[in-house]
Design a protein around this ligand. Structure first.
Ligand code: BES
Ligand code: MN
Ligand code: ZN
Length: 492
């Protein structure tokens, strides 16, 4: 699919579907639109009246127009109130237009929405992202594709001539989101620690990043007892993935992104029972998927920032070699952990990943993890938890998230709750009481970061969607990639 920037006037564009954005309560047609309506024998006016279209944000309607007209279908998308127009409004409007065009078997689509904040560059990027995200289709595991027939082939962004670079950026970022979606959606017999490491190798060779894969013996030498404790029962070797993007010249900042990489979480000997969602636990590498997706995007965007992408990848399985509830593990910073629940495995793998990463001497670390069911209980499926002892870094993440349209909510790191993790025999237990479970998980991770500004993102909810969410059908969302990319590209 080809997205193009063009200055072709609305009245001269010809093709299958033309999508037009209208603001709320301003659906009387004036100027160019009135002329277009005349040309189309009043069908736009009729559509607005018949469907009682009011231009509300998130609404869309469409109609077929006369067989001989230069445009076959008209799509109207609501943009809400002009004063509350956001980039996300345009991104979602473009997504709605693209999905309608696909449903109508249109091969060509023209989109004319509005310019956000007098900024055609940000506008073009957001619209192109919306189109890309919405038209994504994953047929890898179907013997026959489900969406046979005509596909959207070209999309013209009207009134945005000259914005080719913004479209290219949107395409590069979308490629990162698609990689993350593919990794999360793939079953746990297809995405394993081995294939995750291979994917990282591919990113490195495709986009010129450095790569280091630490094998089990390497991790043993570094004393990664927490990570390796989790890996013990798997028949597959653990892989500690470290990708590095280095810009030419001196980097402005050095950053690190860590993703939880459990390619399957059975719970271990505290095995997940019926009704626990064990059959969905392929998603437990959603943090690693976002990390690799961001690496793919950053490798193409080439900012002046050094970025380390890290994941301690393994499975949490059961066997005679499995770590037992009650075992004490020693992490690579020397801290001892009494494993009172083998299903709280993500934090054990992240502990050693955080210690490793801090030694790289970066300016800030963000980790992403499908860490706790408690975070889903707190914030629901659409909002990720944001935890950070560092207000400035938390503000950076919030700003990056705002621009991406991905939703985060900051939760407190209430020190007092660490009491719930106190162990009579080791330095700490890996789980505390059920209340505040996502907070104690964050406090556990904090024990493995000494002084580097650090933020933890609990993405257990938004990595996956059961219902259509505007950008893709049900399934993997690629959540996190766009916020991470914005964070790396921001000037702060
Ligand atoms: N991977 C899960 C968390 C999770 C749950 C992610 C649902 C996505 C959807 C994590 O490893 C886990 O099992 N957490 C436990 C922690 C508990 C044992 C303290 C949980 O949330 O129940
Ligand atoms: Mn678990
Ligand atoms: Zn897990």
């Amino acid at each position: 699919m080809d997205i193009r920037a063009t200055d072709t006037p609305l009245l001269e564009w010809t093709g299958d579907s033309l999508a037009i954005g209208l603001f709320e309560d301003a659906v009387e047609l004036t100027g160019e639109l009135a002329t277009l309506d005349e040309k189309l024998a009043g069908s736009i006016k009729e559509l607005i009246a018949e469907e009682e279209f009011k231009g509300k944000q998130g609404s869309s309607v469409f109609t077929r127009v006369g067989a001989n007209s230069p445009v076959r279908k008209i799509i109207l998308v609501g943009l809400g109130k002009p004063e509350s127009l956001k980039l996300e409004t345009l991104r979602r409007a473009a997504a709605a237009a693209a999905r309608l065009a696909k449903k109508q078997k249109s091969k060509t689509l023209g989109i004319s929405l509005a310019i956000w904040n007098n900024d055609p560059t940000e506008t073009a990027q957001a619209i192109a992202e919306g189109v890309q995200l919405a038209l994504y289709q994953d047929n890898r595991f179907k013997s026959e594709p489900e969406d046979k027939g005509p596909q959207v082939e070209t999309v013209d962004l009207l009134g945005l001539g000259g914005q080719e670079a913004a479209i290219t950026r949107a395409n590069q970022i979308s490629a990162g989101v698609f990689l993350a979606r593919q990794l999360v959606a793939a079953p746990p017999n297809a995405v394993t620690p081995i294939t995750l490491a291979e994917t990282a190798q591919e990113i490195a060779s495709d986009h010129g990043l450095q790569i280091e894969i630490l094998e089990q013996e390497d991790c043993e030498k570094l004393g990664m007892g927490a990570f390796l404790g989790v890996a013990k029962a798997s028949d597959l070797p653990p892989k500690f993935i470290h990708l590095t993007y280095k810009p030419e010249g001196t980097p402005k900042r050095k950053l690190a992104i860590i993703g939880k990489g459990l390619t399957f979480d059975s719970g271990g000997l505290n095995i997940k029972g019926a009704g626990s969602g064990i059959e969905t636990m392929k998603i437990d590498m959603g943090g690693a998927a976002a990390t690799l997706g961001a690496a793919k995007a950053i490798g193409q965007l080439k900012p002046d920032v050094e970025v380390h992408f890290i994941s301690a990848a393994t499975e949490n399985m059961i066997s005679g070699h499995a770590m037992r509830p009650g075992d004490i593990l020693t992490a690579s910073n020397g801290k001892t952990i009494e494993v009172n629940n083998t299903d709280a495995e993500g934090r054990l793998t992240l502990a050693d990943a955080l210690v490793f990463t801090e030694k790289l001497g970066v300016d800030a670390i963000i980790d992403l993890a499908t860490l706790t069911g408690a975070c889903i209980i707190a914030l629901g499926d659409d909002i990720a938890g944001l935890f950070s002892p560092d207000d400035a870094l938390a503000a950076q993440v919030e700003k990056a998230a705002e621009a991406s349209g991905e939703k985060f909510w900051r939760l407190p790191m209430e020190e007092k709750y660490f009491e719930g993790l106190k162990s009579g025999i080791a330095d700490m237990k890996n789980t505390g009481p059920r209340p505040g479970g996502s907070i104690t998980a964050a406090l556990f991770l904090k024990q493995f970061v000494k002084e580097t500004p650090w933020a933890h993102l609990d993405i257990a909810g938004p990595v996956w969607t059961e219902k259509e969410n505007g950008y893709n059908g049900s399934g993997a969302t690629g959540f996190g990639v766009r916020t991470l990319v914005n964070w790396v590209l921001s000037d702060t």
